[in-house]
Design a protein around this ligand. Structure first.
Ligand code: GLN
Length: 197
């Protein structure tokens, strides 16, 4: 199995390190030809406006969009979730439009720019998952094909899945809890079928 981590900008090295811990081959992707032969893609956190611009400049946007349409598994974390969305509050970002979610960027305001929250995420088991939020987006709306996997205490949706697409508002690559990445790898290998969790 080979997973490509979009390395235009942002926290890609941390994702690659986690995949290596899971004994999964992982490589940084900067050019369209590097997308050949991948079993899955991770779009990391960073600045979604920069990532979106660089993806357009390097001709990655349409390629990744087509791969998502063809059913390639994609995980987007934080800015990566913004990129996966079909609608973004911020009009200067062109998202991939792969997931039927509406996302609000920088949704938590200055006071709680960054915070940690123990998230209950039944698909990962009983133990809460350590959610690290850094200038995080939130999921404002999701259509009925989207499964919300985690919410903050107030009910805000912060992780979701739609088929083979997985998104989190937080940074699973900044914890030493490997379960979220393992969940993605299980989607890639077909061990987590839609609707069977
Ligand atoms: N605020 C960033 C954005 O919307 C996301 C932050 C992050 O990825 N940690 O682009």
């Amino acid at each position: 199995m080979k997973i490509g981590v979009l390395a235009s900008q942002g926290a890609f090295a941390e994702h690659i390190a986690i995949l290596h811990q899971l004994k999964v081959e992982a490589l940084p992707i900067r050019l369209p030809r590097e997308l050949n032969g991948l079993d899955g893609i991770i779009i990391p956190g960073g600045e979604s406006s920069s990532i979106s611009k660089l993806m357009l400049d390097y001709h990655l946007m349409n390629e990744v969009r087509n791969l998502a349409e063809d059913g390639l598994p994609i995980l987007g974390t934080c800015a990566g979730m913004v990129l996966l969305a079909s609608k973004v509050s911020d009009l200067d970002i062109e998202p991939l439009g792969a997931m039927d979610i509406t996302v609000r960027r920088n949704a938590f305001g200055r006071q709680i720019d960054s915070f940690e929250a123990e998230l209950s995420m039944p698909v990962l088991g009983e133990k809460p998952f350590p959610g690290i939020f850094i200038r995080a987006p939130l999921i404002e709306q999701a259509n009925s094909e989207v499964e919300i996997l985690a919410r903050l205490n107030g009910g805000t949706a912060v992780a979701a899945r739609q088929g083979k697409l997985l998104a989190s508002a937080f940074h699973p690559e900044l914890t030493d809890d490997l379960r979220f990445h393992q969940y993605f790898i299980d989607i890639v290998t077909g061990n987590r079928k839609v609707g069977l969790e």
